[in-house]
Design a binder for this molecule. Structure first.
Ligand code: NCD
Length: 309
């Protein structure tokens, strides 16, 4: 039993420092166990339900892998068109039903606040796998876990975050954790896709060192890490506006050669065209290692919220 037992995981700003350290140390323990080929049985007899009302590759499959690696079982709704949502069932009713089948629920939904709404409807732990433009806390946890593995300590680091900072839920979750660890933040976005003002105000309140600009190359000269994000096409009402902004930033090897030496490149993926393929061979390109770290982090979360770590 830990302080996370029975809890929902909805936002990064609701996690205590102790909870963060517990998640990272548990993930590291599970990662080592996986590497040594151990068969884990923490979640034996337990069922995870993954409810995805939006597309996903990594988040759903790594949660399901995490559950299977812990000896648990999985039921999955990956296509809302094939579920009773298509008949007009409310989210609360769907989730209440699934809570009768499963011990823990992972949900992704296009609406901001949907994970909270789901959590309010049930007693089993609910984990937010992305609520519209809101948050994506498990991504932020695996991002910080990756950073620690790639860089050692976060102390004194600077990170450039580039792309769709307005709509990107991964950055909305990540900046709270980075602010807490004292990472200097350089926001780079096209006009109109800046970090929401309310979030900037909260970061200021947390005493975070934040600057904003449009010049990615300049930010990369001052940064130890660059976190690249996709322009979130599905959040645009006007397709012409998306067409105008897509391709605003494309990180390539030329930019890396002019950047701070040893710069680490991160991306929550999927990538569209914002990182040139040639960058994949660069040793500081961490995005596929980052995706793999989703498994131990999600193993830790599943085990901790069910008290089976
Ligand atoms: C992200 C998401 O869904 O917010 N994907 C992911 O989970 N790694 C990022 C994105 O879709 O751009």
């Amino acid at each position: 039993m830990s302080t996370l037992t029975g809890k929902h995981v909805l936002r990064t700003d609701l996690l205590s420092n102790e909870e963060l350290e517990l998640i990272f140390s548990t993930a590291s323990r599970f990662e080592n166990a996986l590497r040594s080929g151990a068969r884990l049985t923490n979640m034996e007899g337990q069922v995870l339900a993954t409810l995805f009302f939006e597309p996903s590759t990594r988040t759903r499959l790594s949660f399901e892998t995490a559950m299977l690696r812990l000896g648990g079982q999985v039921i999955s709704m990956a296509d809302p068109k094939a579920s009773s949502t298509a008949k007009g069932e409310s989210l609360a009713d769907s989730v209440r039903t699934v809570a009768g089948y499963a011990d823990v629920i992972v949900i992704r939904h296009p609406q901001k606040g949907a994970a909270q709404e789901a959590a309010d409807a049930v007693a089993v732990p609910v984990i937010n796998a992305g609520d519209g433009t809101g948050q994506h806390p498990t991504q932020a946890l695996l991002d910080v876990y990756t950073l620690r593995k790639e860089k050692g300590s976060l102390h004194g680091l600077s990170m450039a975050l580039v792309g769709d900072l307005k709509n990107g839920r991964t950055v909305h979750s990540l900046v709270y954790l980075l602010a807490r660890f004292g990472v200097r933040l350089l926001f780079v976005s096209p006009r109109g896709l800046e970090m929401p003002p309310e979030l900037n105000a909260e970061l200021k309140k947390l005493g975070s060192d934040v600057s904003e600009g449009r010049d990615l190359a300049a930010a990369m000269r001052e940064s130890d890490i660059v976190y690249v994000t996709r322009i979130q096409r599905e959040r645009f009402d006007d397709p012409a506006e998306y067409d105008r902004l897509k391709g605003s930033y494309v990180l390539d090897m030329d930019m890396i050669r002019q950047a701070k030496p040893g710069i680490t490149i991160m991306h929550p993926l999927p990538r569209v065209d914002e990182i040139a393929r040639e960058v994949d061979a660069y040793q500081g390109a961490a995005y596929f290692r980052q995706a793999a770290n989703g498994v131990p982090i999600r193993m830790a979360l599943l085990a901790l919220v069910t008290g089976r770590e």
